[in-house]
Design a protein around this ligand. Structure first.
Ligand code: ASP
Length: 312
């Protein structure tokens, strides 16, 4: 399965893939982030003969992911991909914010080695746990020559770190590319069948990230909806909001009652980016508008990175 003899390093961050329940038939009433990454690896005999290292970077339910953990993760991944003896990195993660972690890592690091995130929709204790196969697939992908960039592998499909979105609450194949593109490839019995190019680009570099302990800019997502109250936005402005991503209705519109508070933000120099709350499609007619083709969550990261670059 592995085409090189260099090491693959597996970083554990928690999630359902490391989750445990008191009942093997309970697929929802479990606690994420309970088992060590070493025990996840140890449960897969096929991994025993491979040159692997496993390291626990964090142990959390990814619904609680935070900017400080992203900073630590980005620094650790960079240090690993810089190592001559490392072929690739695998990150075990929760599905809830997988797309956010993948996006930030690709934009900051744009690694030329594979950095493969993987996850599970069922806890490790489940009758039909999907974590072991996903981890096996992730290691196979990370060990395949020519793969590069931040990608995610779940249920045999390989997603771009810049595109993936969790689209289902329960199904094992919970991810899409959010638009019309589909996966980058599939992984079958340890072999990759590639459809599209791996993620590439110029990395922003670790220097863009705030020093450990320093705050990231406060950028929030607000969805426009029927009956929305302008005072929500007024309160955020008064509290010091530094950037806003609007999850617009349809092709980039918002409720008329948001006009005044949005103008007040703009007058104060607070950037406001449009995205759509539709599950699929960009804002059509806005090809040069930053964020308009991204999910609200990816756009939030992109806006934070833009503000961080401006901080210098
Ligand atoms: N809440 C879990 C997490 O994101 C869900 C999962 O991993 O599927 O950590």
């Amino acid at each position: 399965m592995q085409s090189t003899t260099r090491k693959i390093v597996i970083l554990g961050t928690g999630g359902t893939i490391a989750g445990a329940s008191s009942s093997a038939t309970d697929n929802v009433g479990y606690k994420a982030g309970q088992l060590s990454v070493q025990s996840l690896v140890g449960a897969i005999p096929a991994l025993a003969s491979l040159p692997l290292e496993a390291e626990q970077l964090a142990q959390l339910d990814s619904k609680d992911m935070d900017h400080g953990t992203w900073t630590r993760l980005a620094h650790r991944v960079q240090a690993l991909v810089d190592r001559e003896d490392v072929q690739g990195v695998v990150i075990t993660h929760g599905t809830d914010t997988l797309e956010e972690t993948a996006y930030v890592l690709q934009r900051v690091l744009a690694p030329t080695k594979p950095v493969v995130l993987t996850a599970a929709m069922r806890p490790a204790t489940a009758v039909q746990a999907d974590g072991p196969q996903n981890l096996l697939d992730a290691v196979a992908l990370a060990g395949t020559s020519g793969v590069q960039g931040v990608v995610a592998v779940v249920a045999g499909q390989v997603w771009s770190g810049l595109e993936l979105r969790k689209q289902h609450t329960y199904r094992l194949d919970a991810f899409t590319a959010g638009a019309d593109a589909g996966p980058l490839g599939v992984i079958e019995e340890g072999h990759v069948r590639q459809f599209r190019a791996w993620p590439a680009g110029t990395p922003l570099g670790l220097a863009v990230l705030p020093a450990p302990g320093k705050a990231w800019p406060w950028v929030a997502v607000l969805a426009s909806h029927a009956g929305i109250e302008a005072r929500a936005l007024n309160a955020w402005q008064a509290a010091g909001l530094e950037g806003l991503v609007l999850a617009c209705t349809g092709n980039g519109t918002w409720h008329q009652s948001l006009e005044a508070p949005l103008q007040a933000l703009k007058d104060q120099g607070v950037p406001v980016w449009r995205t759509t709350r539709c599950a699929q499609g960009p804002i059509v007619g806005a090809p040069n508008e930053k964020g308009a083709a991204l999910s609200p969550w990816a756009a939030r990261i992109e806006l934070m990175l833009t503000l961080l670059q401006a901080r210098g």
